[in-house]
Ligand binder design. Structure first.
Ligand SMILES: [Ca+2]
Ligand SMILES: [Ca+2]
Length: 197
């Protein structure tokens, strides 16, 4: 997808001044609900959540089903959060998210004017065989429209193939999970999903 010049102009206009959030107001993101969720062919999206015990770190999964992915593990979260984990594989995998304005958060552009932030670029950021990348929305009211979440195998670096990547998404108070299997080659090196707010 190309970023049209007109869209970058729009992105600039969409910088909204966010007032301080008032503690004690209705729970943030109560009105943030994903619609028309659509995943890459062959990718099964698990809606909702099955509690499997206490939250575990670095697995990009909402293990305790509290609606937050890998909380307590030093990762940022917000009413939107997208996280991938691919264990100790040496492969270089990248997470990117395009917002409704067409602005994309990636390892080379770690924030968007709409408030998306990327944390970590593994395995290069010193990930100690616990590869994760995390994108979250830092604000209270995310821009409405379609978000596109893409996971790409950039370089297998002699990894075992396919590279198995767990992707979780938090939208408002709900989480979704999906397992991806990436291999080099057109059509197999990229998977993901999109949804509307
Ligand atoms: Ca959790
Ligand atoms: Ca977890």
């Amino acid at each position: 997808m190309r970023l049209l010049p007109a869209m970058s102009a729009l992105a600039a206009v969409m910088i909204v001044a966010c007032g301080p959030s008032s503690p004690g107001a209705a729970s943030p993101g109560a009105n943030v609900v994903a619609k028309n969720l659509s995943a890459s062919e062959g990718v099964v999206v698990t809606a909702g959540c099955t509690p499997t015990g206490p939250e575990l770190c670095f697995n990009a999964n909402d293990d305790n089903c509290n609606g937050v992915i890998d909380e307590g593990c030093g990762v940022g979260t917000g009413v939107l959060q997208f996280m991938i984990a691919w264990g100790d594989s040496p492969a270089d995998v990248d997470l990117s998210v395009m917002d409704p304005n067409g602005a994309r958060v990636t390892k080379s552009n770690r924030s968007t004017p709409s408030g998306l932030l990327l944390e970590k670029n593994c395995p290069d950021d010193g990930c100690h065989q616990q590869n994760v990348e995390n994108v979250y929305f830092d604000g209270t009211e995310p821009v409405r429209g379609r978000y596109v979440v893409e996971v790409k195998l950039v370089d297998p670096r002699n990894a075992e193939l396919p590279v198995k990547v767990h992707l979780s998404a938090r939208v408002g108070s709900r989480t979704w999970a999906m397992d991806l299997a990436l291999s080099p080659g057109q059509g197999q090196d990229k998977q993901g999903f999109s949804f509307e707010l």
